[in-house]
Design a protein around this ligand. Structure first.
Ligand SMILES: *Cc1c(COP(=O)(O)O)cnc(C)c1O
Length: 418
């Protein structure tokens, strides 16, 4: 029987039912501590922001706080969750390309430390609102450096039409955003943010991003007399989903980022004081697994299906972007994997397939199927499709489990319905 953090999958399934999201708490802690440890520099003040959209709940935010991380939120809901655990607001960064007026006011009321503005209109609105603030709000602007990095390659796209941020090519617009805050004693414009992709395996992508950003910071100094403090490089650090994935070890990525930034600072004589990164996926993905109970199996002329008691409602990533996962039959880990299966969910969509073409021991009803690396963008993207209640989430540590999110009941699910 497969175990998670010293607890058998069967015991977890018996105690909490399935589908069940399980996090190995020590793995979460290790990732947080590693990021904080390796992203340290003698040249720059550094900060690691947990991008909470990857998995936001009270307990994960408490952990992030315990490790001294900063927090990246992208909505009023994520901010509210942070507020509920008294996350220190000076360490909260508020992103988003279309923050509502209510969200901006909420950010000010909550005392959020940094707002990442996305465009000139937002800068103007926020600048007015911030005049009512009783604290000084740090401002970053999201810029689009024209680098697109997903998976194994990065490309310098000149892609200027992203919905996020202002293109580096629109220099006048960027200067106008910065100047918007000139006269406001409740705001300080600190620098730029960029986020170039997700599941990035190529450390040269980060190096390319840093060069572009420091080049642009220099340009601001030389051409406009604007001296900037902060460069926020975004997230996108890769996680291992299957054997096909081999992320660069964290110490190496961090060293590349810090060394490149230092070399840029020396070469260009910029005055950047603070470097930030925003990992989401890489903090939580590998620590999480989903346990399902197998139901019926079915053979078609070309396929063997095993059906599970969840699917795209609790993990939309395979249906949404053909994300690959690995899995095992937890109660048959001593048996040879002789059958090629398609693991399919129970939702009414032909695309509701969690894994295609995976070798497993012969499956039957009642088997416990564990899908690995579901910790990021699983629960946070979960839906009520087909009115499936959201699964429970448990953290396991040293052979003991605790519920961090209760399983939703049918009553919960329709509680707001008239
Ligand atoms: C999504 C996102 C992140 C986190 O990305 P990961 O791939 O999960 O590391 C960080 N910053 C911004 C602005 C994002 O949109």
């Amino acid at each position: 029987m497969i175990e998670i953090a010293g607890m058998s999958v069967k015991e977890l399934a018996d105690t909490y039912q399935t589908p069940l999201m399980v996090y190995d708490e020590n793995k979460l802690r290790q990732k947080m501590s590693d990021f904080m440890h390796y992203f340290q520099s003698d040249t720059f003040e550094t900060g690691v922001l947990y991008a909470s959209k990857a998995f936001s709940c009270k307990e994960i935010l408490r952990l992030a706080n315990e490790y001294g991380m900063c927090l990246d939120v992208v909505s009023g809901g994520e901010l509210y969750t942070a507020g509920q655990v008294n996350f220190p607001m000076e360490r909260v960064y508020f992103h988003g390309n279309n923050k509502s007026l209510a969200e901006m006011k909420m950010a000010i009321e909550y005392g959020v430390g940094t707002i990442i503005v996305d465009n000139l209109q937002e800068a103007q609105v926020f600048n007015e609102l911030a005049k009512n603030s009783d604290h000084v709000i740090h401002i970053l602007l999201r810029i689009n450096p024209g680098i697109d990095a997903h998976t194994h390659k990065y490309i310098v796209t000149g892609h200027v039409d992203s919905k996020f941020g202002v293109s580096m090519l629109q220099e006048e617009e960027i200067v106008r955003v910065i100047k918007t805050f000139d006269e406001n004693e409740h705001t300080v414009f600190e620098g730029f943010h960029a986020h170039i992709g997700s599941q990035i395996f190529d450390k040269n992508a980060f190096a390319a991003e840093i060069k572009k950003m420091f080049g642009f910071v220099k340009k601001m100094e030389e051409d406009h007399g604007i001296v900037l403090n902060t460069v926020n490089l975004g997230g996108g650090f890769a996680a291992t989903y299957t054997d096909a994935d081999a992320p660069i070890p964290l110490p190496e990525v961090c060293a590349t980022i810090l060394d490149t930034a230092k070399a840029q600072q020396d070469e260009r004589q910029t005055h950047v004081k603070k470097l930030l990164i925003e990992p989401g996926r890489s903090i939580v993905a590998e620590a999480g697994s989903t346990i399902y109970t197998a139901g019926f199996t079915k053979q078609t002329p070309n396929k063997n299906y095993v059906f599970v008691d969840g699917g795209m409602a609790d993990n939309i990533r395979p249906a949404l972007y053909q994300a690959a996962y690995d899995a095992d039959v937890a109660n048959k880990d001593d048996q040879p994997k002789t059958v090629t299966y398609t693991i399919a969910g129970k939702c009414c969509e032909s695309g509701d397939l969690l894994i295609e073409g995976i070798k497993l021991p012969p499956c039957q009803a009642g088997d416990l199927i564990i899908v690995y690396t579901t910790g990021a963008y699983g629960y946070s993207m979960a839906s009520h499709y087909n009115k499936l209640p959201l699964p429970a989430v448990v953290f396991v540590k040293d052979g003991k489990a605790r519920v961090v999110i209760e399983r939703e009941s049918y009553e919960h699910m329709i509680a707001l319905e008239k």
